[in-house]
Ligand binder design. Structure first.
Ligand code: GDP
Length: 332
């Protein structure tokens, strides 16, 4: 087992904004060991709710669209505005390939040297559900450590976007001009979740293509979505290479915050997210409880085989398992 700190050392270190302690606390949060979960719970409960204004921004887009370049440029822009920023990642590919699309290469080199920025590579392993619960806890730690803007990056494969959308205030979809939605793997559902679209690489020969795409997407977006936020998602452009468009994007996010704070959507959304988090925690916890039990684990294996060989309908196999679980609970 890796070296752990005492609860108090984590709490004090985080309060003081100590980056080394913050990194250690995030490792603790990501751990599946039962003892670590207990310590993590104690640390989380000892951190006071942060009163200052924090903005959580989700960022997604297909591989190669320019996410890390964007975060580097946008992040540096924000730190010049005296914002402390933390970058977290939800990367479902790390569970599939063991390596990860987002984590392997050296990303955001400049930003990682910026003392006002904290970058956390994606935790690997575990199911997406578990990872997203941990990411939510990580957001809280970063906020308690004094970060003002939390950027949560994810790679566009569907499920992870839904998860990230559920933990941020503003959700940004990056797209490439002229590459076609299907080619970029952008599903309509993801487009509908976005609070803004940003066309990347608006520089050099791409400029005309970017303008065309901007008009096209703006038109497409009008066709769907006006939800209770009262916000109409705009389409902006930027170049991480030339560092253009960053100010407009930030101003837009601030406008969103102002408008939705006034009509209370911002606050209601956060409350809903907190309730959903609570429910996610319950379902994840129940699942973990079931899969951790040796007796039920054996039964699951057995029932799985029966489902494969068609001896048992999946739903009935599920019923059997739950019946055993209930019995186990009542005999405790
Ligand atoms: P990610 O996979 O979405 O994180 O994308 P990266 O940020 O790694 O960028 C993918 C490629 O696009 C890299 O070769 C970058 O150099 C290039 N790129 C990123 N941003 C820009 C930009 O603003 N302009 C241009 N011309 N190229 C860019």
């Amino acid at each position: 087992m890796k070296q752990r700190l005492k609860v108090n050392d984590y709490v004090e270190g985080i309060r003081q904004g100590n980056r080394v302690v913050l990194a250690k606390a995030l490792t603790l949060i990501e751990s599946d060991l039962a003892a670590d979960r207990v310590t993590a719970g104690k640390v989380l409960s000892r951190l006071k709710p942060v009163v200052k204004d924090i903005i959580r921004i989700g960022i997604t887009g297909a591989p190669g669209v320019g996410k890390s370049s964007f975060i580097e440029s946008f992040g540096n822009f924000l730190t010049q505005r005296n914002k402390k920023i933390a970058v977290l990642t939800v990367d479902p590919t790390s569970q599939l390939s063991k390596g990860s699309i987002l984590g392997d290469k050296t990303r955001m080199e400049q930003l990682s040297k910026n003392s006002q920025a904290f970058i956390r590579p994606s935790p690997s392993g575990g199911a997406l559900g578990g990872t997203t619960l941990r990411t939510r806890e990580s957001i809280l730690l970063c906020e308690a450590a004094g970060y003002d803007v939390i950027l949560v990056e994810t790679v566009g494969v569907g499920q992870s976007e839904v998860a990230v959308k559920g933990m941020v205030d503003f959700f940004l979809l990056l797209i490439l001009a002229g590459a076609g939605d299907a080619l970029q793997g952008i599903k309509r559902g993801i487009m509908e979740m976005a609070d803004a679209l940003v066309i990347t690489k608006d520089d050099g020969d791409n400029k005309k293509k970017s303008r065309d795409a901007q008009a096209e997407y703006q038109h497409a977006l009008q066709l769907f979505r006006t939800d209770e936020s009262g916000w109409k998602p705009p389409v902006l452009t930027c170049s991480a290479l030339e560092h253009t468009g960053m100010e407009e994007i930030w101003e837009m996010i601030l406008t969103y915050k102002e408008k939705t704070s006034k009509n209370k959507f911002w606050q209601v959304n956060r409350k809903k997210q907190a309730v959903n988090w609570f429910h996610d925690y319950i379902s994840q916890g129940l699942m973990a409880e079931i899969y951790r039990s040796p007796r039920l684990g054996k039964l699951i294996k057995k029932l799985e085989k029966e489902v494969i060989s068609k001896k048992q309908l999946p739903a009935l196999a599920g019923e059997k398992l739950l019946a055993s679980f209930k019995k186990m609970l009542s005999s405790k």
